[in-house]
Ligand binder design. Sequence first.
Ligand code: FAD
Length: 386
Amino acid sequence: MTAVTGRDLATLAQKIGAEVVAAAADRVDRDARFPAEAFAALRAERFLAAMVPEEFGGGGHSLSEIATVCQTLGRYCASTGMIYAMHQIQVACLIRHSRTSPFFQRFLHRLAEQELLLGSATTELGIGGDVRTSLCAVERQGDRFRLTKQAPVISYGLESDAILVTARRASDAASSDQVIVLLNKDDYRLTQTSGWDALGMRGTCSLGFTLEAEASVDQIVPQPYGEISSHTMLPTSHLLWASLWLGIASDAVARGRAFVRAEARRKPGTVPPSATRLADVVADLHAMRATVHNGLAEYERVMHDGDELSSLGFALRMNNIKVLASRAVADIVTAALGVTGIAGYKADSKFSLGRHLRDAHGASLMIANDRILAANAAMLLVQKDD
Ligand SMILES: Cc1cc2nc3c(=O)[nH]c(=O)nc-3n(C[C@H](O)[C@H](O)[C@H](O)COP(=O)(O)OP(=O)(O)OC[C@H]3O[C@@H](n4cnc5c(N)ncnc54)[C@H](O)[C@@H]3O)c2cc1C
């Protein structure tokens, strides 16, 4: 198999989205099941290793290209888009922070060769979405370690080939002195503690687990998690999540637009009243798109500038993209429902917006906006005007 080139990635994502992802989206949502057919198609076209550098056998694609894929998948099935985004966030952390380690070099080769799917366990029982705090700890014994984490949510945990897990560096380390470790499927045991019969994002299969692991200390990512988080995990999460939310919002507006056109065709020579609402929501969609694209451009411009990535201004701007995009997606889908009226409210109509609306409301909860705004408030107290 050969790596897909830049232009092909967007075109292929569109083809897979329209032909495979769309066909399964309603069943994935109804049954709250993993979008297996979507990931079989993405694997067959080498999408899981698309961002892995070519020297490791991957596609070497940029974050912006991956964001376009998230947006495209999100249009057809938000759960598929979210799983793809979460996987790529873990890949971004590995390619930017672990490449000096022989273990991780071998792992990246294997990821590219076998199209491995990576999951994430940052959230922990007792600390909620505070990703910079861990209760569980890496307990070293010689060149091995043990780790037990009470994880209230690990999306597609049962389908993952490996999981990146945050933990305290050692059992006597402070809660913010964290590392991130890569656990292969053979290294851990998952005992399910909760199900995932959720309002939206049902195909992410975000079950709760007790994760018990034993692995080699080589599997601890060499750089401190604090740096991985601020330089890569948080900006990449906010930007890729925002991209797939942009996909949800775009499809909702497209359904609104199709509805208005159908109305116009039924009464030629008139502008349907819903067209004004459509114009309003299109303006909001354009503003959301500009926010997401500006954020991607900024991150790609500074992604190798450690000082800038560690600055309060950068952290604030990335946090704001998450807050703004998560609000925008729910507002835009709601406004699109105002365009379609009952046709969008019905579950069995081609203009249906029920799934979009339910999926959109997960956005503000994924690292709660209140938590992000509280962090921003603390930063604003000490940040000089920018
Ligand atoms: C679809 C989906 C998939 C997910 N997948 C994963 C995954 O694969 N792996 C993973 O680790 N996690 C995952 N998560 C978890 C997610 O990233 C958040 O960490 C989690 O949803 C937060 O949980 P919570 O709302 O219970 O807790 P909290 O973060 O505690 O928030 C609860 C509420 O408390 C309030 N609050 C709490 N702290 C503060 C504060 N400091 N300031 C102000 N208000 C505060 C807020 O009002 C907030 O809404 C997923 C979440 C979703 C929705």
